[in-house]
Ligand binder design. Structure first.
Ligand SMILES: Cc1cc2nc3c(=O)[nH]c(=O)nc-3n(C[C@H](O)[C@H](O)[C@H](O)COP(=O)(O)OP(=O)(O)OC[C@H]3O[C@@H](n4cnc5c(N)ncnc54)[C@H](O)[C@@H]3O)c2cc1C
Length: 777
């Protein structure tokens, strides 16, 4: 706690320029009214006696008769027996427990002086004292009168009260944010979290803790957390997250069940070091009952993709950039996964129809399947209702009965028609990774809406914050509430954690440099900038390329329609070729966590041969990921980076910039000749280091899609109308050949037929970069 020892300045000129924004300047008459504090002086009055006399003298100087009377009442009230009690009475009876403006007043300065002289801010022993200090030394209030007192003055250090942050939501982003804010704030910020899924629980030793009840709705997905993100956590938070056992699956990252992230961060946030700093409230909050949150400076919406905070305060700032559809099959196996994680990775990376992300430690996770629009509408339970997280579907048990916890009406409709092509695709997805039907514990359809706010911080309207003690508050969003991404690249929670860290950094930095005085929206400019940069990186460089290539239901529909034109033998060779190349490259990487396996190809053949020929063809035509566009420097909260990481990151960034510059100077395009078009660096070019994709791999043009029987989906419409992107074939100059027309199947099948195995020019670097979940090399 900073000390309140004053230093005197006699020169009014010097006093006028206070050395720090936290210097508080009092006129000399305050010192005279207080009297000498010298222990050797004859004046041996207590601080309380001095405070009463001081207040009476101040009262006599106050022009407002009502305030004079109120001060007299307070001083003479025998119930006010301490300096804190006098200040509390003034806070409530004169200020009405609220600040009408961020400016300071002579009365407020008097109370501050009295509190500093009595050293109250240094000895906060009770909630009441904390409340008084937080009120009169609110970090967002002006420290000084304007103009400053002239003549002889004394200067003290302002001892700012706590900044209060209220977080709506207690999911992984909210928890990561609360921990980061509390760690970085080091006592200067107080966090209140509101989560509707939590309850209070009494431990056998009588201690009360906050936890999830057994009935709470928990998510089954396993997420991949990048080392570049988790290494930014403090050591105790990293330790809490992985319990000393990060599960290495994809290079440069660790897999973990999302419920474990929540459980472990929830435990961490209840560590003794955060006691009195982070308060957990087991209740939901809506806009209508926001008043129950009480006072706060900053409201953080970390309430997920359907965030009411975003919808209420960022309305008109939401920007949908495209959507995609997926099926999620949650599974639970008592003993790990059927295949090795390395085989799972090769199988996943060799196509884009299926994605397995699972934990071998827990035998849990999700098998995901990208869906066409037509398939999406069939993701229903037998009663015709869509299966979703709120009401998932199930498979019947082998004896035909319904699994526990489900109603007969919740049986997943496609599983009842086992001869349908849709069921074949789904059950082949399970076979691909060795799962049995009975290991599937629920089925959901997942809309993937790529969406973001255009600003990450807003002013909270005063009518919504009636219990806020200042003219206004700020509202920010983080995690899925701020931005939703395509989950195939596995960056949603990574981004949420980064946002939480950045918020902690920037909030505390702004607080410590006085930017919060007056609560301008600019106080959180750095956080806002970070959110916008992160969005640009994750949307333009990850989600949108995926949507454009195969993620949009329309494009996937087009590809799958053409699948049948691929000969059976070609499809399997293509997949084997792609997967073995991936295996070869990945296994050579230093950060590959598994032993080198020689016989990958025979293993792959055994697995793939079990699948229906059409499934193999669909997988073959789903193509590699557009890694070229995904590569590049990550957006990281720079203040959280350790020195050596920062240096590495800067070197990397510098290298990328140099590459770009030399590419620009080398590849200065010759002026287009008759009909010549400049080479495209856009969507369908081979990834970094690879050669151009063959003409036959060019995607369908917009014309070809429109002229076919495919209906243009809303998803692609929104992609088309968004800022920087275009629908397949639109806008991008065609460098190599025109995209296929309605007879586009010729190009697909010819490409697959001619090459039999994927040509290394196409797949080499594209697949070897281990594609979407792996950091660019
Ligand atoms: C299948 C799948 C796979 C994924 N894989 C990855 C991956 O590999 N890597 C990765 O980084 N990300 C991945 N993601 C994304 C990741 O799961 C999300 O980005 C992450 O869960 C978002 O966390 P959040 O805390 O922002 O939001 P949420 O997890 O949605 O949490 C919001 C919380 O707010 C609470 N809440 C909502 N409203 C209120 C209210 N009014 N009052 C109080 N509380 C409220 C909710 O109960 C919830 O606890 C995947 C997503 C899916 C669907």
């Amino acid at each position: 706690m900073p000390t309140a020892i004053p230093f005197r300045k006699r020169d009014p000129g010097v006093a006028a320029q206070t050395a720090s924004f936290n210097d508080i300047v009092f006129p000399k008459i305050y010192e005279e009214a207080w009297g000498s504090s010298d222990p050797n002086s004859l004046d041996q009055r207590t601080d309380f006696d001095r405070a009463r006399i001081f207040l009476m003298r101040i009262a006599n100087m106050t022009p407002d008769p009502l305030i004079i009377q109120e001060l007299r009442n307070i001083v003479s009230n025998p119930q006010n027996k301490t300096v804190q009690a006098l200040a509390t009475a003034i806070q409530h009876r004169i200020f009405g427990n609220s600040h009408g403006s961020f400016a300071t007043t002579p009365l407020m300065q008097s109370v501050r002086f009295m509190l500093l002289k009595s050293r109250v801010p240094e000895l906060i022993l009770s909630d009441r004292t904390r409340s008084v200090v937080d009120f009169f030394f609110d970090p967002t209030l002006e420290r000084n009168l304007n103009p400053l007192p002239t003549g002889e003055v004394s200067v003290y250090k302002y001892v700012p009260g706590r900044l209060k942050v209220a977080i709506i939501g207690g999911g992984p982003t909210a928890l990561a944010s609360a921990i980061a804010i509390a760690e970085k704030g080091a006592g200067s910020v107080e966090v209140h979290m509101y989560e509707k899924r939590w309850v209070e629980k009494q431990l056998p030793n009588g201690e009360i803790v906050v936890d999830y009840p057994p009935t709470a709705r928990r998510r089954d997905q396993v997420v991949t957390l990048q080392d570049s993100v988790t290494s930014l956590l403090s050591r105790p938070s990293y330790q809490a997250l992985f319990a000393g056992r990060p599960e290495r699956v994809w290079p440069g990252s660790a897999n973990i069940q999302i419920r474990k992230v929540e459980d472990r961060f929830l435990k961490r946030v209840q560590d003794p070091e955060f006691q009195g700093l982070v308060f957990l409230h087991c209740e939901g909050v809506t806009r209508e009952d926001l008043a129950k949150v009480g006072d706060f400076h900053v409201l953080l919406g970390a309430d997920g993709a359907a965030s009411w905070v975003r919808q209420s305060y960022f309305h008109g700032y939401e920007n949908e950039r495209g959507r995609s559809y997926a099926l999620g099959l949650a599974f639970d196996r008592p003993a790990g996964l059927p295949w090795s994680q390395s085989l799972n990775v090769f199988l996943t990376l060799g196509q884009t129809r299926y994605l397995l992300n699972a934990s071998d430690h827990d035998g849990r996770g999700y098998l995901n399947m990208q869906l066409t629009e037509e398939e999406w509408h069939k993701m229903l339970s037998v009663d015709g209702q869509p299966v979703h997280f709120g009401r998932p579907g199930c498979f019947r048990k082998p004896d035909g009965s319904i699994p526990e916890g489900f109603e007969p009406s919740q049986v997943f409709a496609p599983s009842e028609d086992r001869s349908s092509p849709l069921w074949t695709s789904i059950s082949d997805g399970l076979k691909l990774f060795g799962f049995k039907d009975e290991e599937v514990i629920n089925v959901v359809r997942i809309p993937i809406v790529v969406q973001a706010v255009r600003e990450g911080v807003q002013l909270l309207p005063p009518q919504d914050s009636i219990n806020v003690k200042r003219p206004h508050a700020l509202v920010a969003v983080a995690g899925d509430a701020a931005m939703t991404v395509h989950f195939w690249p596995g960056r949603g929670l990574n981004s949420g954690i980064k946002a939480g860290l950045s918020l902690g950094d920037e909030l505390v930095h702004a607080l410590n440099s006085g930017k919060f005085i007056g609560m301008p929206i600019n106080a959180m400019k750095e956080y806002n900038d970070f959110i916008l940069k992160l969005q640009g990186r994750e949307h333009d460089k990850r989600s949108i390329p995926i949507l454009n290539q195969s993620g949009s239901p329309e494009m996937l529909g087009w590809l799958l329609q053409k699948a049948n034109s691929v000969p059976d033998a070609v499809a399997i060779e293509w997949l084997i070729g792609a997967m073995t190349q991936i295996a070869d490259r990945l296994q050579r990487r230093d950060d590959w966590s598994y032993d080198f396996v020689e016989n990958v190809e025979p293993q792959l053949r055994i697995v793939l041969r079990q699948l229906a020929p059409l499934t193999l063809k669909e997988m073959a035509v789903s193509f590699p990921w557009p890694t070229r566009e995904m590569a590049g420097a990550e957006v990281l909260p720079i203040r959280s980076m350790k020195a050596e990481e920062k240096q590495k990151w800067l070197n990397n960034l510098w290298g990328l910039l140099k590459d770009e510059k030399s590419k620009d100077s080398r590849a200065a395009p010759p002026p287009p000749q008759n009909g010549d078009r400049p080479t495209s660096s856009a969507r369908f070019e081979a990834p970094k280091g690879g050669k151009a994709r063959p003409a036959s791999l060019m995607p369908p043009s917009r014309d070809s899609l429109d002229s076919g029987s495919l209906r243009r989906s809303n998803a692609t419409q929104s992609v088309r109308h968004s800022r920087n992107l275009s629908v397949p074939g639109e806008g991008a100059p065609r460098a190599r050949s025109p995209s296929p027309g309605p007879g586009g199947e010729v190009s697909l099948s010819r490409m697959l037929t001619v090459h039999k195995k994927p040509p290394s020019s196409v797949l080499g670097d594209a697949l070897s970069l281990a594609l979407f979940r792996v950091e660019a090399e």
